[in-house]
Design a protein around this ligand. Structure first.
Ligand code: PRP
Ligand code: URA
Length: 216
């Protein structure tokens, strides 16, 4: 796992397996069932990687051979928060790893003309300020939506160093903007794209993630 190019930014190892998964979801001819299946596989890798960075404490257990095993256990409680709509696609991957995890929602939509984010709704666990938060959104383009969602979390008392932003594809400018705003937030991403087109879509990107996962 590389933490380049920034502190607290974790890019999944760019293995041939991962590259193969991205090749499928980026292909415009991929069918919706395949898009869902292979996106879910990447999402699972992102969740597993996020979990690797949670703090642990030493724990000793006795095994069936009456010997001690010196291990660790997670410290604290976590929850997920998805940026609706596309972020909801990542909830199941989190649930698959963390049984009965609490999930909050923040509804933010980019304006189709200006690409500026607009906050419509938030519903978060009452005790979110006491938790580690996995913030879920597959696309980071201008960074506006993720910044707005993170501001909502911080207003609710979540410490930036307890936020883990899980993301499938980010743009170079988006991640720079987000990281500059919240250097203590940990970002786990699988792909760093070169830029944005005139409509503020990622390039090479994959198009509209929410549409491809839920609609087309
Ligand atoms: C997409 C995506 C992010 C946002 C990224 O959502 O899921 O939330 O755009 O763009 P940004 O970094 O420039 O803010 P969109 O608002 O299109 O809604 P959707 O989830 O319904 O597709
Ligand atoms: N939202 C998407 O779904 N894709 C992009 O490339 C940018 C924002």
């Amino acid at each position: 796992m590389s933490s380049e190019p920034y502190k607290n930014v974790y890019l999944l190892p760019q293995t041939n397996q991962l590259l193969g998964l991205y090749t499928i979801i980026r292909n415009k001819n991929t069918t919706r069932p395949d898009f869902i299946f292979y996106s879910d596989r990447i999402i699972r890798l992102l969740v597993e990687e996020g979990l690797n960075h949670l703090p642990v404490q030493r724990q000793i257990v006795e095994t069936d051979t009456n010997e001690n095993f010196e291990g660790v256990s997670f410290m604290g409680k976590i929850c997920g928060v998805s940026i609706v709509r596309a972020g909801e696609s990542m909830e199941q991957g989190l649930r698959d790893c963390c049984r009965s995890v609490r999930i909050g929602k923040i509804l933010i939509q980019r304006d189709e003309e200006t690409a500026l984010p607009k906050l419509f709704y938030e519903k978060l666990p009452e005790d979110i300020s006491q938790r580690y938060v996995f913030l879920l959104d597959p696309m980071l383009a201008t960074g506006g939506s993720a910044i707005m969602a993170t501001e909502v979390l911080i207003k609710r008392g979540v410490k930036p160093e307890r936020i883990y932003f899980l993301n499938l594809i980010c743009s170079k400018e988006g991640i720079e903007k987000y990281h500059a705003a919240f250097p203590e937030v940990k970002i786990v991403t699988g792909a760093l794209d070169r830029g944005l087109d005139e409509n503020k879509y990622l390039v090479p990107g994959l198009g509209d993630f929410g549409d491809r996962y839920y609609c087309v």
